[in-house]
Design a protein around this ligand. Structure first.
Ligand code: GRF
Length: 195
């Protein structure tokens, strides 16, 4: 069984869907830790209630970015991570970590990439842009993380229609429901391809 470490900055509803999949036996993996960059987030509460170790690591708390990235990498080694799963982590992953975990970092994004990815496209901004553009469908994407934001190879997507009376909030909620189904499944399939 492989070890995964999840990164989450916020509510962690995707983190919860991964926990649920592990606990129900649908995802054969151990979650050996959660990394967050902010204290007081719901993701941390979720980790605590499921006895998952967590740490808060923020570059602002270190003397330099190098020091932060070294401590982060050391933590991942300590947790013996074989796959890193970004689930609403609002910080760039340092390049030493990307180098050490080539093709072993996954991210979920709430749009049909390559549309609405990259700088500025996070959270509700993504769904606002979809509605403003008059798109008839949207969805979520799971991709491998590379050096550039939202640009690594796409593993899977789920689509939903944009309805006439949709607001960014309604759309966000429906996309999130799809995320919760898609992410555990893609993680499970992807783990099977790893040595
Ligand atoms: C999700 O919409 C995900 O696609 C994006 O950040 C959001 C995280 O939501 N990367 P949650 O914290 O899992 O509820």
């Amino acid at each position: 069984m492989k070890n995964i470490v999840v990164f989450a900055s916020g509510s962690g509803s995707n983190f919860q869907s991964i926990i649920d999949a592990v606990e129900s036996g649908n995802l054969s993996a151990r979650i050996t830790g959660l990394i967050s960059n902010k204290p007081g987030t719901k993701a941390l509460d979720r980790a605590s209630s499921h006895n998952i170790p967590w740490v808060i690591l923020s570059e602002n708390d270190f003397g330099s970015y190098e020091e932060y990235s070294e401590i982060l990498l050391a933590q991942l080694l300590e947790w013996d991570a074989q796959l890193l799963v970004l689930a609403g982590f609002l910080r760039k992953i340092p390049s030493n970590v990307i180098g050490a975990y080539q093709n072993r970092i996954l991210n979920i994004h709430p749009s049909l990439l390559p549309k609405y990815g990259g700088k500025g496209f996070y959270g509700i901004n993504v769904h606002r842009a979809v509605i403003k553009a008059g798109d008839v469908e949207t969805g979520c994407t799971i991709h491998i993380v590379s050096e550039n934001y939202d640009e690594g190879p796409i593993l899977d997507q789920a689509k939903i229609p944009v309805l006439a009376d949709d607001t960014p909030e309604k759309l966000a909620a429906r996309v999130l429901q799809k995320e919760h189904i898609l992410y555990p499944k893609v993680i499970s399939d992807y783990l099977k391809t790893l040595d």
